[in-house]
Write a protein that binds this ligand. Structure first.
Ligand code: AMP
Ligand code: GLY
Length: 416
Protein backbone atom coordinates (compact mmCIF):
# COMPACT_ATOMS: atom_id res chain seq x y z
CA UNK A 1 0.00 0.00 0.00
CA UNK A 2 1.17 3.56 -0.66
CA UNK A 3 0.99 5.20 2.76
CA UNK A 4 1.67 8.77 3.88
CA UNK A 5 2.31 9.24 7.61
CA UNK A 6 2.09 12.79 8.99
CA UNK A 7 4.20 13.77 11.99
CA UNK A 8 7.73 13.85 13.31
CA UNK A 9 7.85 12.16 16.69
CA UNK A 10 8.62 8.81 18.28
CA UNK A 11 4.94 7.89 17.87
CA UNK A 12 5.22 8.25 14.09
CA UNK A 13 8.50 6.30 14.12
CA UNK A 14 6.73 3.50 16.01
CA UNK A 15 3.87 3.55 13.47
CA UNK A 16 6.35 3.33 10.58
CA UNK A 17 8.25 0.51 12.30
CA UNK A 18 5.01 -1.47 12.76
CA UNK A 19 4.06 -0.96 9.10
CA UNK A 20 7.52 -2.04 7.92
CA UNK A 21 7.39 -5.13 10.15
CA UNK A 22 4.45 -6.45 8.10
CA UNK A 23 6.84 -7.25 5.24
CA UNK A 24 4.01 -6.39 2.87
CA UNK A 25 6.37 -4.09 1.02
CA UNK A 26 4.43 -0.93 1.80
CA UNK A 27 5.61 2.21 0.10
CA UNK A 28 5.79 4.63 3.06
CA UNK A 29 6.54 8.36 3.06
CA UNK A 30 6.62 10.52 6.19
CA UNK A 31 6.05 14.28 6.35
CA UNK A 32 8.14 15.77 7.83
CA UNK A 33 9.69 12.89 9.86
CA UNK A 34 12.98 13.18 11.76
CA UNK A 35 16.55 11.90 11.62
CA UNK A 36 15.67 8.39 12.77
CA UNK A 37 12.60 8.01 10.55
CA UNK A 38 14.64 9.21 7.56
CA UNK A 39 17.03 6.29 8.08
CA UNK A 40 14.11 3.87 7.52
CA UNK A 41 11.81 5.46 4.89
CA UNK A 42 11.73 8.54 2.63
CA UNK A 43 10.75 11.78 4.36
CA UNK A 44 9.54 15.00 2.76
CA UNK A 45 9.68 18.56 4.01
CA UNK A 46 5.95 19.21 3.87
CA UNK A 47 3.94 21.12 6.47
CA UNK A 48 1.63 18.40 7.88
CA UNK A 49 -0.86 21.01 9.12
CA UNK A 50 -1.51 22.48 5.66
CA UNK A 51 -4.62 20.73 4.27
CA UNK A 52 -4.03 21.89 0.69
CA UNK A 53 -0.36 20.89 0.50
CA UNK A 54 -0.99 17.50 2.11
CA UNK A 55 -3.92 16.75 -0.21
CA UNK A 56 -1.98 17.81 -3.31
CA UNK A 57 0.92 15.58 -2.31
CA UNK A 58 -1.40 12.64 -1.66
CA UNK A 59 -3.14 13.05 -5.03
CA UNK A 60 0.10 13.55 -6.98
CA UNK A 61 1.63 10.46 -5.42
CA UNK A 62 -1.37 8.10 -5.56
CA UNK A 63 -1.39 7.73 -1.78
CA UNK A 64 -3.88 5.04 -0.74
CA UNK A 65 -3.90 5.78 2.99
CA UNK A 66 -2.92 8.82 5.05
CA UNK A 67 -2.18 8.21 8.73
CA UNK A 68 -2.26 11.36 10.85
CA UNK A 69 0.00 11.16 13.91
CA UNK A 70 -0.29 14.43 15.88
CA UNK A 71 -3.28 16.53 16.90
CA UNK A 72 -2.34 19.75 15.09
CA UNK A 73 -3.18 18.50 11.54
CA UNK A 74 -6.47 17.06 12.84
CA UNK A 75 -7.53 20.31 14.42
CA UNK A 76 -6.42 22.12 11.24
CA UNK A 77 -8.88 20.06 9.18
CA UNK A 78 -6.35 18.05 7.16
CA UNK A 79 -8.47 14.88 7.36
CA UNK A 80 -11.58 16.72 6.10
CA UNK A 81 -9.81 17.99 3.01
CA UNK A 82 -8.33 14.56 2.22
CA UNK A 83 -11.72 12.88 2.61
CA UNK A 84 -13.37 15.46 0.36
CA UNK A 85 -10.95 14.32 -2.35
CA UNK A 86 -11.74 10.65 -1.77
CA UNK A 87 -8.49 9.71 -0.04
CA UNK A 88 -8.67 7.16 2.78
CA UNK A 89 -7.44 8.81 5.95
CA UNK A 90 -6.90 7.51 9.47
CA UNK A 91 -7.66 10.50 11.67
CA UNK A 92 -10.85 12.38 12.52
CA UNK A 93 -12.04 15.57 10.86
CA UNK A 94 -11.89 18.90 12.60
CA UNK A 95 -15.33 18.55 14.21
CA UNK A 96 -14.59 15.22 15.92
CA UNK A 97 -11.01 16.23 16.76
CA UNK A 98 -12.51 18.87 19.05
CA UNK A 99 -12.84 15.97 21.48
CA UNK A 100 -9.14 16.63 22.11
CA UNK A 101 -8.96 20.28 21.01
CA UNK A 102 -11.64 21.56 23.37
CA UNK A 103 -12.13 20.18 26.86
CA UNK A 104 -15.50 21.96 27.05
CA UNK A 105 -16.64 20.13 23.91
CA UNK A 106 -15.38 16.81 25.30
CA UNK A 107 -17.28 17.36 28.56
CA UNK A 108 -20.48 18.19 26.69
CA UNK A 109 -20.21 15.06 24.54
CA UNK A 110 -19.59 12.94 27.66
CA UNK A 111 -22.54 14.58 29.38
CA UNK A 112 -24.88 13.89 26.46
CA UNK A 113 -23.61 10.34 26.06
CA UNK A 114 -23.67 9.55 29.79
CA UNK A 115 -19.95 8.81 29.91
CA UNK A 116 -18.47 8.79 33.45
CA UNK A 117 -16.05 11.67 34.03
CA UNK A 118 -15.04 14.09 36.76
CA UNK A 119 -17.35 17.00 37.57
CA UNK A 120 -16.04 20.17 36.02
CA UNK A 121 -16.86 23.86 35.78
CA UNK A 122 -15.87 26.05 32.86
CA UNK A 123 -14.59 29.46 33.88
CA UNK A 124 -14.17 32.46 31.60
CA UNK A 125 -12.98 34.86 34.30
CA UNK A 126 -10.67 34.59 37.29
CA UNK A 127 -13.60 35.28 39.63
CA UNK A 128 -15.48 32.27 38.23
CA UNK A 129 -12.34 30.14 38.45
CA UNK A 130 -11.73 31.05 42.09
CA UNK A 131 -15.31 30.18 43.05
CA UNK A 132 -14.90 26.78 41.38
CA UNK A 133 -11.45 26.23 42.91
CA UNK A 134 -12.85 26.82 46.39
CA UNK A 135 -15.96 24.78 45.75
CA UNK A 136 -14.03 21.68 44.70
CA UNK A 137 -11.30 22.18 47.31
CA UNK A 138 -7.76 20.74 47.36
CA UNK A 139 -6.13 19.05 45.55
CA UNK A 140 -6.99 21.49 42.79
CA UNK A 141 -7.24 20.50 39.11
CA UNK A 142 -7.12 23.38 36.62
CA UNK A 143 -7.05 22.74 32.87
CA UNK A 144 -6.60 24.96 29.84
CA UNK A 145 -9.62 24.50 27.58
CA UNK A 146 -7.77 24.34 24.25
CA UNK A 147 -4.68 22.48 22.99
CA UNK A 148 -1.74 23.19 25.29
CA UNK A 149 0.97 20.71 24.25
CA UNK A 150 0.88 18.86 27.55
CA UNK A 151 1.27 22.01 29.63
CA UNK A 152 -2.37 22.88 30.20
CA UNK A 153 -3.11 20.76 33.26
CA UNK A 154 -2.08 21.61 36.80
CA UNK A 155 -2.84 19.35 39.74
CA UNK A 156 -1.73 21.00 42.95
CA UNK A 157 -2.44 21.37 46.67
CA UNK A 158 -1.34 25.01 46.43
CA UNK A 159 -4.31 27.36 46.01
CA UNK A 160 -2.10 30.26 44.88
CA UNK A 161 -0.51 28.08 42.19
CA UNK A 162 -3.96 26.91 41.04
CA UNK A 163 -5.08 30.52 40.71
CA UNK A 164 -1.91 31.56 38.89
CA UNK A 165 -2.37 28.68 36.41
CA UNK A 166 -6.01 29.68 35.87
CA UNK A 167 -5.00 33.29 35.41
CA UNK A 168 -2.33 32.43 32.82
CA UNK A 169 -4.61 30.19 30.73
CA UNK A 170 -7.53 32.60 31.01
CA UNK A 171 -5.34 35.06 29.12
CA UNK A 172 -5.33 32.48 26.26
CA UNK A 173 -9.01 31.47 26.52
CA UNK A 174 -11.16 29.68 29.09
CA UNK A 175 -10.24 27.10 31.73
CA UNK A 176 -11.87 24.09 33.30
CA UNK A 177 -11.76 23.52 37.04
CA UNK A 178 -12.28 19.86 37.77
CA UNK A 179 -12.88 17.55 40.68
CA UNK A 180 -9.70 15.67 41.72
CA UNK A 181 -9.85 11.99 40.85
CA UNK A 182 -7.68 9.44 42.60
CA UNK A 183 -6.56 6.08 41.23
CA UNK A 184 -4.39 4.32 38.69
CA UNK A 185 -4.30 5.85 35.21
CA UNK A 186 -4.87 3.81 32.07
CA UNK A 187 -4.51 4.77 28.42
CA UNK A 188 -6.75 2.68 26.21
CA UNK A 189 -6.61 3.17 22.44
CA UNK A 190 -9.57 2.22 20.27
CA UNK A 191 -9.69 2.17 16.50
CA UNK A 192 -12.92 3.71 15.27
CA UNK A 193 -14.53 3.84 11.82
CA UNK A 194 -17.21 6.23 13.00
CA UNK A 195 -19.56 3.45 14.16
CA UNK A 196 -17.62 0.44 15.46
CA UNK A 197 -14.62 0.38 17.77
CA UNK A 198 -11.83 -2.16 18.22
CA UNK A 199 -9.58 -1.96 21.29
CA UNK A 200 -5.80 -2.13 21.35
CA UNK A 201 -3.92 -3.33 24.42
CA UNK A 202 -3.98 -0.99 27.47
CA UNK A 203 -0.88 0.94 28.51
CA UNK A 204 0.20 3.19 31.34
CA UNK A 205 1.97 6.49 30.76
CA UNK A 206 4.25 8.35 33.21
CA UNK A 207 3.45 12.03 32.77
CA UNK A 208 5.67 13.59 35.43
CA UNK A 209 9.29 14.46 34.68
CA UNK A 210 11.00 12.78 37.63
CA UNK A 211 10.96 9.49 39.55
CA UNK A 212 8.12 8.86 42.01
CA UNK A 213 5.90 11.19 39.97
CA UNK A 214 7.76 14.29 41.08
CA UNK A 215 8.32 17.38 38.96
CA UNK A 216 6.22 19.01 36.27
CA UNK A 217 3.81 17.33 33.85
CA UNK A 218 5.41 16.48 30.50
CA UNK A 219 4.29 14.98 27.22
CA UNK A 220 5.12 11.58 28.77
CA UNK A 221 8.41 10.14 30.08
CA UNK A 222 7.77 6.43 29.71
CA UNK A 223 5.13 3.74 29.41
CA UNK A 224 4.51 0.02 29.64
CA UNK A 225 2.02 -2.46 28.25
CA UNK A 226 0.06 -4.60 29.07
CA UNK A 227 -1.29 -3.76 32.55
CA UNK A 228 -1.34 -7.04 34.50
CA UNK A 229 -3.18 -5.43 37.42
CA UNK A 230 -6.29 -4.43 35.45
CA UNK A 231 -9.54 -6.08 36.55
CA UNK A 232 -10.90 -8.59 34.04
CA UNK A 233 -13.62 -7.09 31.90
CA UNK A 234 -11.98 -3.66 32.02
CA UNK A 235 -11.61 -3.27 28.25
CA UNK A 236 -15.21 -4.37 27.61
CA UNK A 237 -16.47 -1.95 30.22
CA UNK A 238 -14.60 0.93 28.57
CA UNK A 239 -16.03 -0.05 25.20
CA UNK A 240 -19.59 -0.21 26.55
CA UNK A 241 -19.58 2.78 28.88
CA UNK A 242 -17.08 5.14 27.25
CA UNK A 243 -16.00 4.46 23.68
CA UNK A 244 -19.21 3.36 21.96
CA UNK A 245 -21.43 6.00 23.59
CA UNK A 246 -18.90 8.68 22.60
CA UNK A 247 -18.56 7.49 19.02
CA UNK A 248 -22.37 7.25 18.69
CA UNK A 249 -22.87 10.72 20.10
CA UNK A 250 -20.36 12.16 17.63
CA UNK A 251 -21.99 10.30 14.73
CA UNK A 252 -25.35 11.71 15.76
CA UNK A 253 -23.87 15.19 15.66
CA UNK A 254 -22.52 14.64 12.13
CA UNK A 255 -18.97 14.55 13.46
CA UNK A 256 -17.98 10.91 12.84
CA UNK A 257 -14.89 9.84 14.72
CA UNK A 258 -12.69 8.01 12.20
CA UNK A 259 -9.30 7.33 13.70
CA UNK A 260 -7.81 6.59 17.07
CA UNK A 261 -9.92 7.31 20.13
CA UNK A 262 -7.48 7.64 23.01
CA UNK A 263 -9.29 7.18 26.30
CA UNK A 264 -7.30 8.60 29.23
CA UNK A 265 -8.92 6.95 32.24
CA UNK A 266 -8.62 6.84 36.00
CA UNK A 267 -9.68 3.75 37.88
CA UNK A 268 -11.23 5.32 40.99
CA UNK A 269 -12.79 3.41 43.85
CA UNK A 270 -16.14 4.48 42.41
CA UNK A 271 -15.33 3.05 38.98
CA UNK A 272 -13.83 4.15 35.68
CA UNK A 273 -13.68 7.90 34.97
CA UNK A 274 -12.49 9.63 31.81
CA UNK A 275 -9.88 12.32 32.46
CA UNK A 276 -9.30 13.16 28.85
CA UNK A 277 -9.83 12.08 25.28
CA UNK A 278 -7.25 12.45 22.58
CA UNK A 279 -8.04 12.11 18.90
CA UNK A 280 -4.79 10.32 17.99
CA UNK A 281 -2.30 7.71 19.15
CA UNK A 282 -0.63 8.60 22.46
CA UNK A 283 3.04 9.27 22.78
CA UNK A 284 4.86 7.36 24.38
CA UNK A 285 2.17 4.67 24.79
CA UNK A 286 2.21 3.85 21.06
CA UNK A 287 5.86 2.82 21.42
CA UNK A 288 4.81 -0.01 23.79
CA UNK A 289 1.47 -0.95 22.22
CA UNK A 290 2.49 -1.35 18.56
CA UNK A 291 5.57 -3.56 19.10
CA UNK A 292 3.21 -6.09 20.73
CA UNK A 293 0.62 -5.94 17.95
CA UNK A 294 0.45 -9.17 15.95
CA UNK A 295 -2.40 -8.22 13.58
CA UNK A 296 -1.08 -6.20 10.60
CA UNK A 297 -1.45 -2.51 11.44
CA UNK A 298 -2.09 -1.32 7.88
CA UNK A 299 -5.18 -3.51 7.55
CA UNK A 300 -6.62 -2.15 10.78
CA UNK A 301 -5.97 1.50 9.91
CA UNK A 302 -7.34 1.07 6.38
CA UNK A 303 -10.47 -0.72 7.65
CA UNK A 304 -11.08 2.12 10.11
CA UNK A 305 -10.49 4.74 7.42
CA UNK A 306 -12.94 3.07 5.03
CA UNK A 307 -15.74 2.26 7.48
CA UNK A 308 -15.03 -1.47 7.49
CA UNK A 309 -14.23 -2.28 11.12
CA UNK A 310 -17.59 -3.98 11.70
CA UNK A 311 -17.22 -7.77 11.80
CA UNK A 312 -13.44 -7.63 12.13
CA UNK A 313 -11.92 -9.65 14.98
CA UNK A 314 -10.20 -7.79 17.81
CA UNK A 315 -6.53 -7.07 17.14
CA UNK A 316 -4.18 -9.67 18.61
CA UNK A 317 -1.20 -8.94 20.82
CA UNK A 318 1.88 -10.95 21.71
CA UNK A 319 2.32 -12.23 25.28
CA UNK A 320 5.59 -10.32 25.47
CA UNK A 321 5.54 -7.14 27.50
CA UNK A 322 7.00 -3.81 26.41
CA UNK A 323 8.58 -0.94 28.33
CA UNK A 324 9.66 2.40 26.94
CA UNK A 325 11.77 5.07 28.62
CA UNK A 326 12.04 8.53 27.10
CA UNK A 327 15.44 10.20 26.93
CA UNK A 328 14.89 13.97 27.17
CA UNK A 329 17.23 16.90 26.70
CA UNK A 330 18.65 18.92 29.57
CA UNK A 331 16.15 21.62 30.53
CA UNK A 332 13.07 19.71 29.29
CA UNK A 333 10.17 20.51 29.55
CA UNK A 334 10.68 24.27 29.96
CA UNK A 335 13.80 25.13 27.96
CA UNK A 336 15.32 22.06 26.32
CA UNK A 337 18.93 22.39 25.19
CA UNK A 338 19.20 21.29 21.56
CA UNK A 339 22.04 20.64 19.14
CA UNK A 340 23.91 18.10 21.27
CA UNK A 341 25.26 14.88 19.80
CA UNK A 342 23.79 11.47 20.64
CA UNK A 343 26.19 8.52 20.63
CA UNK A 344 26.01 4.84 21.51
CA UNK A 345 22.83 3.89 19.67
CA UNK A 346 24.49 0.93 17.95
CA UNK A 347 25.51 -0.57 21.29
CA UNK A 348 22.00 -0.04 22.64
CA UNK A 349 20.37 -1.60 19.58
CA UNK A 350 22.60 -4.68 19.86
CA UNK A 351 20.79 -5.61 23.09
CA UNK A 352 18.19 -8.31 22.43
CA UNK A 353 14.63 -6.96 22.26
CA UNK A 354 15.70 -3.30 22.18
CA UNK A 355 14.59 -0.77 19.57
CA UNK A 356 14.73 3.00 19.49
CA UNK A 357 11.99 5.30 18.23
CA UNK A 358 13.37 8.74 17.40
CA UNK A 359 11.42 11.74 18.69
CA UNK A 360 13.55 14.81 18.01
CA UNK A 361 16.71 13.98 16.10
CA UNK A 362 18.43 15.11 12.95
CA UNK A 363 21.56 14.01 11.17
CA UNK A 364 24.04 16.83 10.72
CA UNK A 365 27.45 16.29 9.11
CA UNK A 366 27.10 12.57 9.74
CA UNK A 367 26.35 13.03 13.45
CA UNK A 368 23.04 12.37 15.19
CA UNK A 369 21.87 15.54 16.94
CA UNK A 370 19.08 16.17 19.48
CA UNK A 371 16.67 18.78 18.12
CA UNK A 372 14.04 19.02 20.85
CA UNK A 373 12.78 18.10 24.32
CA UNK A 374 11.90 14.44 24.07
CA UNK A 375 14.75 13.02 21.98
CA UNK A 376 14.43 9.24 21.90
CA UNK A 377 12.00 6.63 23.09
CA UNK A 378 14.05 3.56 24.00
CA UNK A 379 11.85 0.44 23.85
CA UNK A 380 12.42 -3.10 25.11
CA UNK A 381 10.20 -6.12 24.68
CA UNK A 382 10.74 -9.24 26.78
CA UNK A 383 8.80 -12.17 28.28
CA UNK A 384 8.42 -10.28 31.58
CA UNK A 385 8.76 -6.79 33.02
CA UNK A 386 11.92 -7.50 35.03
CA UNK A 387 13.74 -8.49 31.85
CA UNK A 388 12.20 -5.67 29.81
CA UNK A 389 13.35 -3.12 32.40
CA UNK A 390 16.81 -4.65 32.53
CA UNK A 391 17.08 -4.40 28.74
CA UNK A 392 15.73 -0.87 28.42
CA UNK A 393 17.97 0.53 31.17
CA UNK A 394 21.08 -1.25 29.83
CA UNK A 395 20.28 0.38 26.49
CA UNK A 396 19.98 3.81 28.15
CA UNK A 397 23.33 3.32 29.86
CA UNK A 398 24.88 2.72 26.45
CA UNK A 399 23.44 5.95 25.00
CA UNK A 400 25.23 9.21 25.67
CA UNK A 401 23.57 12.63 25.43
CA UNK A 402 25.13 15.37 27.54
CA UNK A 403 22.64 16.52 30.19
CA UNK A 404 20.12 13.87 29.07
CA UNK A 405 17.37 13.04 31.59
CA UNK A 406 15.25 9.95 32.01
CA UNK A 407 13.15 8.32 34.72
CA UNK A 408 14.53 5.20 36.39
CA UNK A 409 11.22 3.85 37.72
CA UNK A 410 9.25 3.09 34.55
CA UNK A 411 7.29 -0.16 35.05
CA UNK A 412 9.07 -0.71 38.39
CA UNK A 413 5.80 -1.40 40.16
CA UNK A 414 4.91 -4.30 37.83
CA UNK A 415 8.40 -5.82 37.79
CA UNK A 416 8.38 -7.12 41.36
P1 AMP B 1 -4.58 15.50 30.86
O1 AMP B 1 -3.73 16.38 29.98
O2 AMP B 1 -6.00 15.89 30.96
O3 AMP B 1 -4.35 14.04 30.61
O4 AMP B 1 -3.97 15.68 32.31
C1 AMP B 1 -2.61 15.42 32.58
C2 AMP B 1 -2.49 14.65 33.86
O5 AMP B 1 -3.04 15.39 34.95
C3 AMP B 1 -3.25 13.34 33.87
O6 AMP B 1 -2.54 12.32 33.28
C4 AMP B 1 -3.48 13.13 35.33
O7 AMP B 1 -2.32 12.56 35.93
C5 AMP B 1 -3.67 14.51 35.85
N1 AMP B 1 -5.11 14.80 35.94
C6 AMP B 1 -5.90 15.33 34.98
N2 AMP B 1 -7.17 15.48 35.42
C7 AMP B 1 -7.18 15.03 36.68
C8 AMP B 1 -8.19 14.91 37.68
N3 AMP B 1 -9.44 15.30 37.47
N4 AMP B 1 -7.83 14.38 38.86
C9 AMP B 1 -6.57 13.98 39.10
N5 AMP B 1 -5.57 14.07 38.21
C10 AMP B 1 -5.86 14.59 37.01
N1 GLY C 1 0.92 10.27 26.48
C1 GLY C 1 0.00 11.31 26.53
C2 GLY C 1 -0.45 11.81 25.23
O1 GLY C 1 -0.09 11.29 24.19
O2 GLY C 1 -1.21 12.75 25.20
Amino acid sequence: MRILVLGSGAREHAIVTALLREQAGHDITVAPGNGGIAADVPVIALDPTNPTLVTEFALDNDIELVVIGPEAPLVAGVADKLRQRGIAVFGPGKAAAALEGSKTFAKRIMDEAGVPTGRAVRAATLEEAVVAIDEFGAPYVVKADGLAAGKGVLVTADREAAMAHASYWLSQGSVLVEEFLEGQEVSLFLLSDGHTVLPLSPAQDYKRLADDDEGPNTGGMGAYSPLPWLPSGFVDEVIDTVALPTVRQLAEEQAPFIGLLYCGLILTDKGIRVIEFNARFGDPETQVVLPRLVTPLSGLLFAAATGELGGQPRPEFSDDVAVTVVLASEGYPDTPVTGREIVGLDTALAIHGVSVAHAATAVSAGRLIATGGRVLSVVATAPDFTEARSRVYRALEAIDLEGGQFRTDIAARVAL
